[in-house]
Design a protein around this ligand. Structure first.
Ligand code: CA2
Length: 151
């Protein structure tokens, strides 16, 4: 099983600014935590980050051809604006779980709406960086159940 983890703009700055909102963990630390979880679960993981909308769309589209079975995505600010990222997620038709470190529903009004969530199977918000792990585990479990049911 292969899981793609996609991170949007400014998540490369985690741990350096806005620690009161996003905590002190850095993106490489999140990646290494997830690598341990992937190893424990016996799944392959590709981890990516981009500040550019087009590159995120390209990476999601590539998932169709590289054997990806499911996507964990934190689209960051593009969550609230990007029809292109939403369309890419819809087009690849792979199960995706959206993650937000902060609780987007208790923040500024412009963060309360997610353009991308309706094309995801679920959303994990407000649980800090741990949310990546819960989303990853939930996605793997869902894929395993689907596989068992189709046998
Ligand atoms: O809570 C989340 O995970 C967000 O996706 C993080 C995004 C934000 O635009 C979303 O509304 C919620 C921001 C990504 C990181 O932005 C930083 C800004 C300053 C310093 C460090 C990171």
């Amino acid at each position: 099983m292969k899981i793609l983890v996609v991170n949007g703009p400014n998540l490369n700055l985690l741990g350096r600014r806005k620690v009161e909102v996003y905590g002190t963990i850095t993106l490489p630390e999140i990646e290494s935590r997830l690598r341990k979880v992937a190893e424990e679960l016996g799944v392959e993981m590709n981890f990516s980050q981009s500040n550019s909308e087009g590159a995120l769309v390209d990476r999601i589209g590539e998932a169709l051809f590289d054997g990806t079975d499911g996507i964990v995505i934190n689209p960051a600010a593009y969550t609230h604006t990007s029809v292109a990222v939403r369309d890419a997620l819809e087009a690849v038709r792979l199960p995706a779980i959206e993650v937000h470190i902060s609780n987007i529903h208790t923040r500024e009004e412009f963060r309360n709406h997610s353009v991308t969530a309706p094309v995801c199977v679920g959303q994990v918000v407000g649980l800090g960086a741990d949310g990546y792990e819960w989303a990853f585990r939930a996605l793997v479990r869902r894929l395993e159940c689907n596989e068992r049911e189709s046998r």
